[in-house]
Write a protein of this length. Structure first.
Length: 266
């Protein structure tokens, strides 16, 4: 989602940040912002959609990680009045959802997405628009596998939202995003199914008390896994975890090409 705003952040950096590798050194503004968005998205993928849509800060069940009055003036305009704009957003969202009650889920999601981008209640908050659209689809049970990754569609398609465009053109752009996102999600599922099949071949003749099945499940669940993460999850030493990662064979590869802070993935 941050890529849509021109901010490129590597997924492996997010994993390293969460695992504490950047604790003693300053991370970039883009990485910190992406990490905040990542935490919101991860929670939204498993939480009920209706409360997140109704939350004071869209998509979040708690308070913002950074209070409004503590945010850097170099990045945030103090005159933006995010709390006031969010109150206005609540009125607009309620009106849109009421009007869309009988609409098809994709059209309802498109209108909520468009309304957020039109008002932009939160400065640098354009990334929440795909999240809100995905939450509407989840709440209407049109997509039951967590959240439809609408931002993937935004990255793949040439369309870019703008106020100068007509409503029909903006909604058509959303539908293009949704089609592209479904295609990307399907390819990702196929990739994981293939990875799982390759891992299962390695696990066929392992002893019943082997930790390798747990490691394989962890790799399928996470985008990247460090040796320390695997060690904590399996309750083994770091060296044992790294040896187990190698034992799983070509289905697992090291992703960073570094000698330190290494990450593995399917």
């Amino acid at each position: 989602m941050r890529l849509l705003e021109g901010e490129l952040v590597h997924v492996e950096d997010l994993v390293l940040l969460e695992s504490g590798h950047f604790a003693r050194r300053q991370s970039s503004v883009e990485l910190s912002a992406a990490y905040e968005a990542f935490i919101v998205l991860r929670h939204a993928a498993f939480a009920a959609a209706a409360p997140l849509l109704a939350a004071a800060r869209p998509g979040e069940s708690g308070k913002s990680a950074v209070p409004e009055d503590k945010r850097s003036e170099l990045i945030y305009d103090k005159e933006w009045d995010t709390p006031g704009r969010l109150l206005e957003w609540r009125l607009v969202l309620d009106a849109v959802l009421k009007e869309c009650a009988s609409y098809p889920p994709l059209l309802a999601a498109a209108l909520v997405w468009d309304a957020w981008l039109w008002l932009l209640p939160e400065q640098h908050g354009g990334w929440r628009a795909p999240l809100l659209g995905a939450l509407v689809l989840k709440e209407r049970k049109a997509f039951r596998q967590g959240l439809l990754p609408l931002a993937w569609g935004g990255v793949q398609e040439r369309f870019r939202w703008a106020k100068a465009l007509g409503l029909n053109e903006r909604l058509q752009g959303f539908l293009e995003y949704a089609v592209a996102a479904c295609g990307r999600a399907t390819r990702e599922v196929e990739r994981l199914v293939l990875a799982e099949a390759l891992l299962q071949r390695k696990l066929e003749k392992k002893r019943g008390n082997s930790r390798l099945p747990e490691l394989a499940a962890l790799l399928l669940k996470k985008p990247y896994v460090s040796g320390e993460m695997a060690a904590r999850a399996l309750k083994v030493s770091g060296e044992a975890a790294r040896l187990m990662l190698k034992e799983l064979g070509p289905a697992v590869r090291e992703m960073t090409g570094q000698s330190r802070y290494r990450l593995w993935g399917c």
